[in-house]
Design a protein around this ligand. Structure first.
Ligand SMILES: *[C@@H]1O[C@H](CO)[C@@H](O)[C@H](O)[C@H]1NC(C)=O
Ligand SMILES: *[C@@H]1O[C@H](CO)[C@@H](O)[C@H](O)[C@H]1NC(C)=O
Length: 426
């Protein structure tokens, strides 16, 4: 699972309800202002980035109608294939010595049989290029900026990839915990800060047990569970909103994690405005409620001009059972398009169907929002070869996180490419 620890929750300030029409007018004014004045601005803080690509398609089956075009900003980066480059491991962006790599993800360090093969595959979108990003240019361009990853351990996996890549170029680094982050670093020569804010569900949650004086849930027979406040952000990332210039969110695996949120013994119990949602709803409905509350809350609380990304779901590749049923991922090569189709078909409801199911919820909730969607799902679906597997050193195969170096490096290429496209258009 993404991470097993359970943290103590602290009481949060509740937020005043906000008027979406006022926000709209505010954004409109802001947009107009920046359209007028941002032409030659260089600081990310002062930029109003252009919303684009908000209607990307969910997956494979579609091409996004992208015809061959020179405009990368219109390209569907998720529509492509992995190309083998036998020499690619000679120019690793970073290696197993990057200390930030969690032991279980260090496939080179753990001698995973194909650790060097993993990085020999390059993602090639059919209708454009996705170049490996240049860390020096990145450091210069985002000097004086703050970039935050908010989400579960899969977002940490992406954060570590970015850190290790930049660290190779710029070694003067201060390690600290900005804005309540789980971990963070400032690249001192550029005053660029990146941090990871851990949150599994985005919303605040904690253990719940029946009150002896009774209550709504007690009257329905609930004894134990987790209380999830759909309208309260988890404290780990609340401060991140007023700190960062660029934020990358994710949530997903924990909503389909019966090992922790056992539907019978420790179910998810949703609360809104401090009282239980009645009748109780299932986790997928709870996810919708959380997204519906958190998306406007984030949009309201970020700094003017900040850029928001939501990363789509990272696919898992358990074969022969789920993670706790002996499932494994022993492949040495990416899946074929036909295999991807079968693995992830929602209709077939296989072991790893979660990925596309989560995305359906995300795309619905993000429609019309200020978030840019970072669609990494389909490209990652091919990479059954790129998980730590037994090299993760746990009792179970890890077919959920990714080897580092590995494909979250490509996620960062996509992230940077999207940022660059926005900048050149402003
Ligand atoms: C570093 O960047 C932050 C904004 O992210 C800014 O507030 C601060 O003044 C900068 N420090 C220096 C020394 O430029
Ligand atoms: C999908 O499969 C899981 C078990 O593998 C099952 O619990 C669930 O009910 C199935 N869902 C549908 C819609 O068939």
């Amino acid at each position: 699972m993404a991470t097993r620890e359970h943290q103590q929750r602290h009481p949060q300030k509740t937020t005043s309800s906000f008027s979406s029409s006022r926000l709209f007018i505010f954004l409109l004014c802001l947009g107009t202002l920046f359209l007028g004045f941002s032409l030659f601005k260089t600081s990310p803080r002062e930029q109003r980035l252009q919303p684009e690509q908000k209607t990307e398609t969910t997956s494979s089956e579609t091409n996004g109608g992208a015809s061959t075009t020179n405009s990368n900003s219109a390209c569907d980066y998720s529509d492509g294939r992995w190309i083998y480059d036998p020499k690619a491991d000679k120019s690793l962006r970073y290696d197993q010595t990057c200390k930030e790599i969690f032991k279980g993800w260090n496939c080179i360090g753990s001698n995973k049989f194909n650790a060097f093969e993993v990085v020999k595959w390059r993602w090639k979108p059919y209708h454009c290029e996705l170049p490996q990003f240049d860390p020096l240019l990145f450091l210069k361009r985002f000097a004086n900026a703050n970039i935050g990853f908010v989400g579960d351990s899969l977002n940490r996996n992406m954060f570590v990839s970015l850190f290790c890549t930049l660290r190779r170029t710029s070694t003067e680094v201060k390690k600290w915990r900005p804005a309540g982050a789980d971990r963070g670093f400032t690249f001192l020569n550029y005053n660029l800060t990146i941090s990871y804010h851990r949150t599994n569900l985005l919303a605040r949650y904690g253990r719940w047990s029946a009150n002896t004086n009774g209550g709504l849930l007690e009257s329905l027979g609930y004894k134990e569970g987790y209380r999830i406040d759909v309208d309260i952000p988890e404290g780990t990332w609340e401060e991140a909103l007023s700190f960062h210039d660029i934020l990358i969110f994710n949530t997903g695996h924990w909503w389909w994690a019966p090992a922790k949120f056992d539907p019978v013994r420790s179910p998810m119990l949703f609360f809104q405005k401090g009282t239980p949602v009645m009748p109780p709803v299932t986790p997928d409905v709870g996810l919708d409620m959380v997204l519906k509350n958190m998306i406007p809350l984030v949009q309201k609380r970020i700094q003017p001009g900040a850029t928001l990304f939501f990363r789509t779901q990272s696919p898992r590749h358990f074969e022969g059972g789920d993670w706790d049923q002996g499932g494994s991922c022993q492949r040495s090569q990416p899946l074929s398009p036909q295999e991807v189709k079968e693995f992830f078909s929602v209709k077939k409801n296989g072991t790893n169907v979660e990925g596309r199911l989560v995305n359906e919820h995300l795309y619905n909730a993000l429609k019309g929002s200020d978030f840019h969607i970072l669609d990494i799902t389909h490209m990652s679906e091919y990479r059954a070869d790129a998980h730590p597997s037994t090299a993760g050193g746990k009792k179970h195969d890890d077919c959920m996180h990714w080897c580092l170096p590995g494909i979250t490096d490509t996620w960062n290429d996509l992230f940077v490419e999207r940022l660059n496209n926005m900048k050149s258009r402003s």
